[in-house]
Design a protein around this ligand. Structure first.
Ligand code: DGJ
Length: 736
């Protein structure tokens, strides 16, 4: 039983395959934490772990008792103002101005499976045996408000999903000024915080810092999860590596403003918290209303960062992503964006499709510029009907012509945005996020549609659904190219203006929900000016996302390596693009560009009609190779071996291994060529030590234990005839 409850001590013991999570009802009725980490054998009581002693200079809850202070105990969902001086998990502003609460244990239920989170993406169980959920009800009688804490244990998948729900039964209104999804108090602070930080074109770079007393946090205030910080953090022991040592991961299934924070207190404990960013947030909860927080997914691993990542990969690939495309091999696509930008017509598009079909491409994606009068990024967002100047026969005919070639057809939308120069804006200037009588800032010349309003979402749904109904479209790229400013909605009263950012995200989710339900055959790929909203929330609807606008092979090593901390290979859109690279001007070989892009949802983004015959042959071979290996790549276990973030960082290597360990694919990359370099070996992971393997292109076989223990010696210079910068090799390893 993955959730054990001891009625006499009121202790809960949650067990996954390798972890234990233990907490109990404390003497004051609130929830106290006992343990989270490597699995412990179950016993009647773990109370011994709950050690409290009197300390000087603090506040205590009960008269005459100098021991029990919330300042000293580890808690599950802590409050501020009643002897705990750390930042709280939530705060309830009440009529009269009080923020003091006392949520005490009322009851709980344990059930097989997992309930949906209303309006929010979340992990799920396909049957009641896959997961077990504990829902604990805490109640504050003074205000007649409940908090329901939910813990779902994915025993086999080795993860715990947490969220909270507030329900106001009271007559009086309350305001949630803070409602985080999770809080965990770890008993020491000997950790490094690992985060994924960046910017446009350099998303999700790995950054580490040693914890120090005080607050350390990452957050987004941009209206989306953002390229600047990803809604994820890990706490690893200083000695933890990719493959050894302890690490705690926390990942938020949310696409909007978030906060992920560690507070180290004066006794060196570390409080980890995560949820909707309380900054500029407030939620008015009237009688009978409830508020559901997003879900946070916790993973503990004693097998290093890579162990944590593999748990996230499996859970997110199989029980967060949904729909027909979840388990399917993803099509090799070509996208016309970097080939044409806005400058194309029907003939050009058809030629691109035709040439790429000859190379083996399976899906043609028509990117930005097909609608309204969109010759530049200054107009037409919101006018989702074809531009007859460019496409005189319309989208439907073009899609039919392309599918007639034996390819699938995909289309780009940016549903959440509107250009000032558009029919939509002319008709509904009030449908944008803005504050009356204040300047409307823009980003990429565009405004953000007010998705907190149902009628706006309905309208965009109508336009998109019509296009999807009329034309044979099996893929949608859903882009989003600016952050939010002057956040306000004409659809909400004054006391709900701080709800806009969250309501907006709920609107985005609801549109995704409707479209994915009505068009289950369509593969959605999320995008936000590259990877500015690459998060678990969107993975629920779109099983792949555009990882970054930066398609340079060298830059992609860092981006894909960092992204893989949480997100599965199958979720990372990765394309071979032209050189000199449009983002950084670097020239890398076609081989290296493909060798990097193979480790993702693979495609091309260049003008194939301009390629030489030799290049075309090379591309044909690359596509053949990818198709042959894509189930391994998209569903295998991913191992990071050498990090581009290492001090030298000149080499990167990674590996995917099939579940049955019968095959693997190694990617090895060297940024700069070195004169008379040292000998280099790459040490495999995840192979079966007992199996004998052949490596394609090498004239020898190796046992798994040799490849793991002794490593594979690589050619000193490159990896082919001549030494060169940006060289790489991909080895297919197969059991003989
Ligand atoms: C940003 C995306 O990341 C690109 O791939 C492309 O779709 C452009 N937007 C189109 O405007």
């Amino acid at each position: 039983m993955p959730i054990l409850y001891n009625g006499s001590t009121q202790e809960f013991h949650l067990q996954t395959k390798k972890t234990s999570y233990i907490f109990s009802v404390m003497e004051n009725g609130q929830l106290g934490q006992l343990y989270y980490g490597k699995k412990l054998r179950h016993r009647e009581s773990f109370e011994r772990l709950f050690h409290v002693e009197a300390t000087p200079n603090t506040a205590c809850t009960t008269e005459g008792d100098l021991v029990f202070s919330l300042d000293l105990v580890k808690q599950e969902y802590p409050a501020y103002g009643t002897t705990d001086f750390r930042e709280p998990a939530y705060q309830v502003l009440q009529e009269g101005g009080s923020r003091i609460t006392d949520f005490v244990y009322q009851d709980h239920r344990i059930f097989g499976g997992k309930e949906k989170l209303e309006g929010l993406p979340a992990t799920y169980a396909e049957n009641d045996g896959e997961a077990t959920t504990l829902e604990i009800t805490l109640y504050d009688k003074e205000i007649d408000v409940e908090v329901r804490l939910s813990y779902t244990v994915f025993e086999e998948l080795d993860a715990i999903a947490r969220s909270a729900r507030f329900i106001n039964y009271g007559e009086a209104d309350i305001n949630l000024t803070r409602a985080l999804s999770v809080s965990i108090d770890l008993p020491d602070s000997n950790f490094e915080m690992v985060q994924l930080s960046g910017a446009w074109a350099r998303e999700r770079h790995i950054k580490n810092r040693r914890l120090v007393p005080g607050l350390q946090s990452i957050a987004s205030t941009r209206g989306t999860s953002s390229a600047q910080q990803n809604p994820f953090l890990a706490l690893k022991r200083p000695e933890t590596t990719e493959h050894q040592g302890e690490v705690y991961g926390a990942s938020l299934v949310y696409s909007g403003n978030f906060l992920a924070q560690i507070e180290v207190d004066h006794y060196d404990t570390a409080r980890l918290m995560m949820g909707i960013n309380p900054f500029d947030f407030n939620w008015l909860l009237k009688n009978g209303e409830s508020f559901q927080t997003p879900e946070a997914v916790l993973v503990y691993s004693d097998a290093g960062l890579n162990g944590m990542s593999q748990t996230y990969h499996r859970l997110y690939r199989t029980r967060l992503a949904r729909g027909k495309w979840r388990d399917r091999e993803r099509p090799v696509l070509i996208n016309n964006w970097e080939a044409t930008y806005f400058d194309f017509d029907e003939q050009k598009i058809f030629e691109l499709a035709q040439s790429s079909k000859e190379l083996g491409v399976e899906l043609f994606v028509l990117d930005d510029g097909w609608f309204g009068k969109r010759d530049a990024d200054t107009s037409s967002l919101g006018d989702w009907f074809e531009d007859k100047r460019k496409l005189p026969n319309g989208i439907t005919q073009l899609a039919k012509a392309i599918t007639g070639l034996g390819m699938e057809f995909g289309l780009w939308f940016e549903p959440e945005m509107v250009s000032k120069a558009s029919d939509l804006y002319n008709a509904h200037p009030d449908w944008v996020i803005h504050v009356p009588n204040r300047r409307m800032s823009h980003g990429r010349n565009q405004l953000v549609l007010d998705f907190s309003r149902q009628e706006v979402v309905d309208f965009i749904y109508g336009l998109m659904a019509k296009v999807l109904r009329d034309a044979p479209i099996s893929y949608v790229k859903w882009d989003m190219n600016r952050y939010m400013t002057e956040v306000g909605s004409l659809g909400l009263p004054a006391d709900r203006q701080r709800e806009v950012a969250h309501r907006y995200i709920l609107g985005v989710y609801s549109l995704y929900e409707r479209l994915t339900s009505e068009f289950p055959h369509v593969l959605f790929e999320s995008c936000a000016g590259g990877g500015s909203r690459f998060d678990p929330g969107l993975l629920h609807y779109a099983p792949q996302g555009w990882t970054s606008d930066d398609t340079d092979a060298v830059e992609r090593l860092k981006i894909q390596y960092g992204t893989s901390l949480v997100y599965p290979v199958s979720s990372m859109g990765a394309h071979v693009s032209a050189v000199p690279n449009h983002q950084v001007g670097r020239v890398t070989s076609l081989e290296t560009r493909a060798n990097v892009a193979y480790f993702g949802a693979f495609g091309y983004e260049l003008d194939v009609t301009m390629m030489t015959d030799t290049e075309k042959e090379q591309v044909k071979e690359q596509i053949r190779f990818y198709k042959e290996n894509r189930s391994l790549i998209q569903q295998g276990q991913f191992y990071r071996i050498e990090s581009p973030f290492a001090e030298d960082g000149n080499r990167t290597s990674w590996l995917v291994v099939s579940d049955d360990q019968s095959e693997a694919l190694l990617g090895y990359y060297q940024v700069l060529s070195t004169p008379n370099p040292g000998l280099s070996r790459v040490f495999f992971k995840g192979l079966n030590p007992e199996f004998e393997y052949a490596i394609e292109g090498l004239d020898a076989t190796f046992y798994g234990d040799e490849l793991i223990g002794a490593g594979l010696q690589l050619n000193r210079y490159r990896l082919s005839e001549h030494p060169a910068d940006f060289s790489s090799v991909v080895y297919k390893v197969k059991r003989v």
